[in-house]
Design a protein around this ligand. Sequence first.
Ligand code: ATP
Length: 933
Amino acid sequence: MPLLLDDIDLTTPVARTVDPKFFSSKLTGNGKHKTGLLHGALRPTVSANNSAYIAAAVDHVETKSTSTQHGITTVSLPFAPVLRAALGTGGAFTLATPDARDRCAITTGSSDWDVFFDMTPQAAKLFEDANGDTSSGTPKTTRDFIVQYRMELFFLRKGAAVPARARIAPASAGRRSPDETVVVSWDVDPLANARGFVTDALGAAGLTDLDPDALADWLANGFNIHDRITRQAEIWDSEEIADEITAYIEALPADPSRTQLNALAVQLRYLETYNVPLEAYRTIHRAIETGFDEATAAALSKQNLNLLMSHTLYHLEKMKPRLTTPAVPAGAPAMAAHLSVQQRAALSSHEPLVMVQAGAGTGKSRVILERIKYLEQCGVDASEVTVLSFTNAAADHITDKNPDVGSMTIARMINDIYQLNHPTHELSSIDTIINSIDIFYPRSTFAAGFRMRLLEVDQNKTGAMTALNTFIENHFDEVIALLDTIGQTSLELEIVIAYQRIDTMAEPAHVACRYLIIDEVQDNSIFEFIYVLKYISKHAQSLFIVGDASQTLYEFRSANPRALNTLEGSGVFSTFKLTTNYRSNQEILDFANVVLGDLETNQFAGIRLQANSLAVPTAKSFQDTVALDYRTVSRLNGFVNDELHGIVSRTVCREYVDTCLARGEQVAFIAYSRREVAVIQDALEQHYPDKHVANLVSEKVFATDVFSKYIKFFWNDVLQVQPSNASFVVAQGIKDNMDKLTKNAGNKKVADAVLGMVSTWWTANARVIRGWEQLCLQGTLAHGDFFDRLRDNLLQFEIRHNAVRQSLTNQRNREQKAKNTASDAELIVSTIHGAKGLEFDNVVVLHKEAAPMSQEARRMFYVAFTRAKKSEYILSYGTVKNPAIESSHQRIITLLTERDKLAAARAAGIDPDLLDDGTGEADTSEDAGLARV
Ligand SMILES: Nc1ncnc2c1ncn2[C@@H]1O[C@H](COP(=O)(O)OP(=O)(O)OP(=O)(O)O)[C@@H](O)[C@H]1O
């Protein structure tokens, strides 16, 4: 999994770097070795254009952060797995003894001790000064990269086996005790300062360095910063991180101080920045559970959502014997004849915690509907069952089939529980809430902290939900009082608050149930998972979840495939796999399986799709069924803007769509972006003027915050005028300051929408505001109160407008999609998100080849490649000459050709082992993801 040591490149396209896996182009100079800031020839010394940076870089660097002041951007990057502050809290901490090839031997002549020196890049700071030399017209940015090292001098007793770790000792303690100790010092310039450090530490131990040149030589030639930083980075991405953190926890005293626990908490939180393996989280969680009392273990687990998930699962496992299970039905249960053995086994499980790992097209929806019928046969009343779906449309579908079964989305369930307890909080957007905090709490430190946490959540920052959760826990009453004042909440706040008060919050009758079923579980956010697990623990419910981690699409809504993988890897659930695909033929599935093979999400389920048909694919049938048309382009955007339209009508329609239509079958075009879909739709409408092209893309909802922003920035203008003029000033003020109140104010559509809102506000509120003005004139309403009412009225309008807009758009989207899906249009266009859960006769997938391809993009295309029933045309474009998609396609053809030959030989009565090309030796089809014949 790619791991970036810094996130400074997120907004710019990532150029190829020396090692794209680890470094941003700013550090490595766009891949030109030795020209970037971080390269193999770098020496462990310090230089900087501005010497003030050197002093700043000696500071502790605890978390990855970026800040800009006076045109100077400072990026802080911790590298070492245990943060410096944590090591400095006074425990008996240990460090791994470095490999003999890495360290520098110190010749002391001691007959008791082996002494050697090593360094760990602990952290770094990157300074970018945009105020540089302006002689060329545009100011030149100067960059300085300063690495902070942990210098280490190890003392190991001679003759003993080299230990895995040595204990950190204060410099004065030298080598005395225990037999393996290490003295450490932090420095940015070891080339200059290592000698002094070694001399002092040896001196404290009564030793001297007999060969000082060896250290000088090692520092100048033997230590490779680039390699060491790379290795540090790899630790975060491996189970080694668990060893480091576990060793740290074990070295804490039995009764750790607050400072030590806080340092550990920061450390645990920081793990969220990286792609720490799930197994490592489980190991760390075990260390926490065994190392601390229950309350401390719970508090530490909350520092990181992955740990919290492990923690919640750990406690759920203990609860398992008390959870609800269905009674065994009296007679043999009646089950629909067409259900497969896999489907039957899953839906008739009597375990309390069931997970169905269902590949694409394997009948998730059917299994859920049949599970409900099965539970009824076990004597469960339909009203005791609730199905939580990801979309409203899916929830509606369940209600249509089973009116007595509870059916809703998880967000709706949490919202209903929350609203019962906080009826005055209206569901609002984070932007409006932040503006309201600025309006009502301009000087509160607490509110500023809360605002910051909300902003991070809004920006989808790493660790933001954890930080919000901790903040609310520490300031619970203040947070609720603030939300009472502004009369708002958001979906994110609802789930955190509902989670924290899960034991005491009243719950509406309609959410009560004993059997909880969750569909499309992969798209839940990790916090939703945690909430649901705790919720079923509370009510001792049975939980039956169905999902496919490889189809996780909603990462932008915090869905994280790792959450489902954590559940899969925990062993707490009884798991069932569905791998028979009822939708597609084996040719389509062979191709999908190759994509699936590269998905990290499939690591636990290990699904390989198999068609529900005995037909055996051949090289020819595969090529006839799955066509690949790859286009090498010089610019990715140029392709969509300039070429896509023509290719769709000139090539794809003529060579593929026409044939499908002639067979009386439908064709769906599925693309990643809305823009691509729009171009394709246009091409199809021009090419087939007589046909309706159904578009399944949902309309986007944009919440507005112009009113709250206006109040925040311009309310003083309003306060200057008489009440009778105030509304006019508001309306005019919004119009005049549009550019400060909304992005894209230059876009006429946006500007018209804002003006439209202002006029709707006035039409709906003029009468009541005019009434208040009258009261002011009569002297029965104080001016101050009038302005407060006007302000609250504007805020209310914004909140309601957003809520209504959201639900109207949702409704419209649902109706539109249902209409288009039901219309059985011959031609369909959709984004991948829009096509999720649907199936079509034939599909054209617009595929963008990127190197490297992110796991998220791979999952997207996996969903796209599993929508077709009969055939697929992959129109792929990319800048690479030999794209991976072409080799995957070719690999299948090659293997099928070999298999065809073997089959032909067998049919002709020839022993395949005698075929001289050797292909008879092993059937490699399994390796390529092909189903065995
Ligand atoms: N046992 C079965 N026998 C025959 N057809 C089945 C069976 N189970 C499911 N199907 C059919 O297979 C198709 C795929 O089912 P469904 O849409 O429920 O799959 P899914 O797992 O939700 O797919 P995806 O995850 O790709 O959206 C549907 O047309 C469904 O009617």
